[in-house]
Design a binder for this molecule. Structure first.
Ligand SMILES: [Zn+2]
Length: 73
């Protein structure tokens, strides 16, 4: 199961896809490093992704077949 992360970003609580391949905490590039513009991680088990940006990225990515990707190591 994909790793999800729920953040409080200036009072806006949303569940995102975790940003495992970047320095950001979420796929939609919200930081969780404690700076003033970063989100605060909150415990929220059982949540589903409700961040529109993460959902739109997921929709785009799932349209691409693995055979269309040149994997780079
Ligand atoms: Zn997001």
């Amino acid at each position: 199961m994909a790793d999800l992360i729920t953040l409080d970003t200036n009072g806006d609580i949303e569940t995102h896809i975790h940003g495992v391949v970047s320095d950001y905490g979420t796929l939609c590039c919200i930081a969780i490093d404690g700076d003033s513009d970063s989100g605060i991680v909150i415990e929220a088990t059982g949540k589903k992704v409700d961040c529109e940006a993460c959902i739109n990225m997921w929709k785009s990515v799932t349209q691409v077949k693995k055979s269309q990707i040149k994997l780079i190591r």
